[in-house]
Design a protein around this ligand. Structure first.
Ligand code: DAH
Length: 344
């Protein structure tokens, strides 16, 4: 039986030399070392041997199998290398041809700014609260201390739907009411959230105004929230968003839902406050509106304003993106022009 094994091995090695392509190699493998191959047959036939001969025979057969497998691997590599060399010689593979570069997708500039906002506000302990795009007139205006016929409604031209009292939100501020009612648990729990989302205004589209744009609202409600908390928080945000030495100033303003109200300017980061055409030579850029939550609004959110206070702010990520990248026309944002989008 040993001789038989030896003969098989010799025959197999000779046949392997002759196998010169992938198909022949496959056939060789199943013929000699496969499950039904010759070496396996020898192992199977061992049943008929006297018990004392079986170990020696088994060992020899296994060793032969290992040798044949190694020879196969080597031959397979050789065959592959020969095939490649033939292709190269025939010019089928042009290794001097430059690779095809893949076009990589990119995030929309607004998405990038929003994600930076989430990162910064998240680090400062703010949760993201998502509010609805389709809103009730009552929540978008009345609950925010803008009653029907109030002149402040003219500040935000509205898209109405065919359903009475249902509109597209003109700002993210109505989310304040939802957040207070949902998270405030009947005016018993403090809140620290940002509310990002798309807003809609029925306006003439120009380089400076679009019918849709993002806002990121912020809302903090607690038992002892003061103006100094508002100023400190906004200043910290500006330093992280723009630069660590950014100067911030607060200007008195008016919003119906905050009292007192302010507008927030950061030192122009394009000219470091020296004055340029982006900041219109003032050295300052307006980035947000803010204020202490009006007691009327707190009450509409379920809080007792004699015990609870809060601050709110609203910023426009597109505007901030425009300032940061020197984008001069807001219409690029939703124009889907790849020449614009591919720059980010
Ligand atoms: N909702 C305002 C707007 O659309 C922005 C704003 C101003 C939001 C002051 C606020 C705030 O929360 O306190 O113009």
């Amino acid at each position: 039986m040993l001789e038989q094994l030896q003969a098989i091995e010799e025959e197999a090695l000779a046949a392997l030399e002759a196998a010169s392509d992938e198909e022949a190699l496959k056939a060789w493998s199943s013929r000699y070392i496969g499950k039904k191959g010759a070496v396996t047959q020898v192992l199977r036939g061992m049943g008929g041997l006297p018990a004392e001969e079986r170990p020696r025979m088994g060992k020899a057969a296994n060793e032969a199998k290992v040798r044949l497998e190694a020879a196969y691997e080597q031959r397979a590599e050789q065959v592959e290398a020969e095939a490649l060399a033939r292709d190269l010689a025939a010019g089928a593979v042009d290794i001097s041809l430059p690779g095809r570069t893949r076009k990589r997708g990119g995030l929309h500039p607004s998405t990038r700014t929003l994600r930076r906002f989430y990162e910064i506000w998240g680090d400062m302990g703010f949760q993201v609260y998502r509010s609805r795009d389709v809103e009730l007139d009552d929540i978008n205006f009345t609950a925010l201390n803008i009653p029907p016929h109030h002149p402040a409604r003219d500040m935000q031209d509205t898209f109405y739907t065919t359903d009475e009292g249902v509109i597209l939100r003109t700002h993210t501020s109505p989310g304040q009411i939802h957040a207070m009612r949902e998270l405030g648990a009947d005016g018993t729990q403090p809140i620290r959230v940002i509310l990002p989302g798309m807003c809609y205004r029925y306006e003439q589209i120009t380089a400076r105004s679009e019918v849709q744009f993002h806002q990121v609202e912020g809302l903090v409600v607690g038992r002892n929230i003061r103006m100094s908390d508002l100023k400190g928080t906004i200043t910290e945000f500006a330093k992280r968003m723009f630069n660590p030495s950014a100067q911030v100033r607060f200007r008195a303003s008016y919003f119906p839902f905050t009292e007192p109200s302010m507008e927030i300017d950061v030192e122009c980061f394009l000219c470091a406050g020296k004055g340029c055409n982006v900041c219109k030579y003032t050295g300052w850029l307006e980035i947000a509106g803010c204020g202490m939550v009006n007691p009327v609004v707190l009450r509409n959110g379920g809080y007792d304003p004699s015990e609870w206070s809060g601050f709110a702010f609203g910023m426009g990520p597109e505007r901030i993106t425009m300032l940061k990248h020197g984008i001069t026309d807001i219409r690029y944002f939703w124009g889907n022009d790849l020449r614009f989008l591919e720059q980010f």
